[in-house]
Design a protein around this ligand. Structure first.
Ligand code: SF4
Ligand code: SF4
Length: 376
């Protein structure tokens, strides 16, 4: 049925993944559920006290959070009190639909329910979700295509455009190298220079001679920048394997590690000196998993959309290639540093489990980055 609509839908990111929600987790109930226009009346009528109106990033109704910073008010003893009538936003998790010049289903790897690979077929679920909101998708696709083609023409006019297919091929051909800190340092160094970056031109011997980039500090900065927020509600949450909602926020030169409790209050755990965290390199199994994740990022339209957004924000001064490779490189470094932080706290190596936990900690934030195109 969806084929008939000629919408150009890409579900390939979901292939091979199954989903079963874990009762102890409820990480997604910390993301404030926005209400669709057609849901507002129902929730206002039946649960008026639980609904709030928000002005940012656009005007909309949403379900309140406990103490304005904890889980959704409908979550009691880690169970949803309105499960059968929960908002569309909640039904959709862990799938996000990014709309650029096509509709792409992206998987939120912060959801622990996809890592055991059992339960529902996500491709079937995604098709149904698109079908349920076919008009909204059609309309958003029309607007996003227009926006994207304006971006392309502006970017071409400034001589900064590169076909995304070429960018993705370059990253795919350098997957192994991207896991090497010296190569990453060279990519980041060249990405801010005036010449257009071509990954194939970075020779191994060249990346061995890095002197100007202190990659350990760059990795630490990537993470510290992403956890540098003033309110706890804006901080990345890492739901660990015991179901604790951990938050790491910068506080001066230190990291404040705390936990969000079920009633929305905050418990301080520890203050961490980031300089005491050693940047680790993954072992062989960790590398294998990281490499798979990198392939996935490289195919995500929201990552491409993020690079486009940055080119636009910096007023068309940088090559799309440089920004795209910079985004990929910084993402890997942020992830490695977060993995090193978790490994440091648990006294572990950066093995497959630590890399998995780092992805769980990191992925939701990446999916939250601004992007050209839209999430539906
Ligand atoms: S994050 Fe995933 S596993 Fe956890 S409650 Fe939400 S859907 Fe379930
Ligand atoms: S409505 Fe239910 S599923 Fe949705 S965030 Fe609230 S508690 Fe979670």
């Amino acid at each position: 049925m969806l084929k008939e609509k000629n919408l150009n839908i890409d579900l390939s990111q979901l292939r091979g993944f199954r989903f079963k929600c874990l009762e102890s987790c409820q990480l997604c109930c910390l993301c404030q559920p926005e209400l669709l226009q057609e849901e507002v009346e129902y929730f206002l009528k039946h649960y008026g006290d639980a609904v709030c109106f928000k002005k940012r990033p656009h005007q909309h109704y949403a379900i309140k959070l406990k103490q304005n910073q904890g889980p959704c008010v409908f979550l009691v003893d880690r169970k949803c009190m309105v499960y059968d009538s929960r908002p569309h936003f909640c039904r959709q998790f862990p799938i996000h639909f990014h709309v650029l010049d096509r509709i792409q289903a992206e998987l939120d790897l912060s959801c622990r329910g996809i890592w055991d690979n059992r339960g529902d077929d996500l491709e079937v679920l995604a098709s149904q979700l698109i079908y349920d909101k076919i008009e909204a998708f059609t309309e958003t696709l029309k607007e996003s295509r227009k926006l994207y083609s304006e971006f392309i023409s502006e970017c071409r006019g400034a001589g900064l455009w590169k076909d995304p297919g070429d960018l993705r091929i370059q990253v795919n051909q350098s997957l192994e190298k991207f896991l090497d800190l010296r190569f990453l340092a060279r990519v980041l160094e060249l990405s801010v220079e005036d010449d257009e970056l071509n990954l194939g031109e970075i020779k191994n011997e060249e990346s061995l001679k890095i002197e100007s980039v202190d990659i350990v500090k760059v990795a630490m900065k990537a993470t510290l920048d992403s956890i540098s927020v003033s309110k706890i509600v804006d901080a990345p949450v890492y739901c660990d394997d015991e179901g604790y909602w951990n938050v790491f926020m910068t506080k001066g030169s230190k990291i404040n590690w705390c936990r969000i409790l079920d009633d929305g209050s905050i418990e301080h755990i520890e203050t961490i000196d980031p300089n005491s965290v050693e940047l680790l390199v993954p072992d062989q199994n960790g590398r294998r998993l990281l490499s798979k994740y990198l392939m996935m990022l490289n195919e995500r339209d929201s990552v491409l959309g993020y690079a486009c957004y940055l080119v636009d924000s910096f007023e068309y001064e940088d090559f799309l290639s440089n920004v795209y490779f910079g985004v990929i490189g910084t993402s890997i470094l942020d992830l490695l540093w977060r993995g090193s932080l978790l490994a440091f706290l648990k006294g572990r190596k950066l093995d497959e489990t630590s890399v998995k936990e780092a992805i769980i900690f990191f992925d939701m934030d990446l999916l939250d980055a601004p992007t050209i195109g839209a999430f539906v």
